[in-house]
Design a binder for this molecule. Sequence first.
Ligand code: AKB
Length: 311
Amino acid sequence: MKEKVLVIGAMGQVGTDLVNKLASIYGTSNVIASDIKSPQKSNTFFETMDVLDKNAIKDVFTRHKPTMVYHLAAMLSATAEKYPKKAWELNMQGQFNIFDACLDHQVDRLFWPSSIAVFGPNTPKILTPQNAYCDPTTIYGISKLAGEQYCNYYYKRYNLDVRSIRYPGLISWKAQAGGGTTDYAVEVFSEIIKTKSYSCFLKPDTMLPMMYMDDAIRATIEILEAPSVKIKERTSYNIAGFSFTPKQLFDEIALHEPAAEFDYQTDERQQIADSWPKSIDDKVARNDWSWHHQFSLSKMVSNMFENLTKP
Ligand code: AKB
């Protein structure tokens, strides 16, 4: 069957890379990108759509008849703490609207992203297991934890084939991150290349689980392409790349830019980071759908410099 793929939240950090990759797999004319804001240019069809506007959603689904949907639109941890009610509405109501549209329009498969933010201060911090105790303290984490259960509910009750992974912090060069607690690990590259200095909003020893975007995109596509029987976890899967502290990342960056200078001015994001795991155990995803990461910290840093300094 010919796939039609709809990516919602296509202009965000994940969406930007995902749309390009999907276009190379399914063909540009079979990918529809959508976001609340319009891009200056787009290689694929583009639809401006607000996930809180049910009529607009119905219109897009009716015209394009997607067979696969990636619903990425959400407010991330740091911005969500500034606007908790708005974040709850966007993350939850947006999810309800898209899930219902997928049911109404008989979408075959749906991807919905969760996050390491579902974990909280009482979750084991080292190699956090798949089914660890979750007590998130951010509104973003609470919305993701509720959203995971909603995925499971829609799968069991309505047979909606929704699949999910818990993203760690994601590092990419095509698009900036926006509104997250792990954003320092993206911002630092452009700042060092531009100004040779970077002031970090987390303490030097704050270890967090991270992943290079190439691995994250591969995981996102692989989980949706896996045969349905392999997807046994219908809430969301832990996936891991590597973990590092700001100091470890900056030491690696200094190998590429010896003149780089770093300092630390912590803000409210430190508290969020302190509530999250330091590393993730992803053996369930490895066993169920053969997930494996490819990028290490040093390979990621080299790749970032290579791409960001290309003439
Ligand atoms: C954030 O920092 O909010 C995100 C995430 C870990 O989900 N990058």
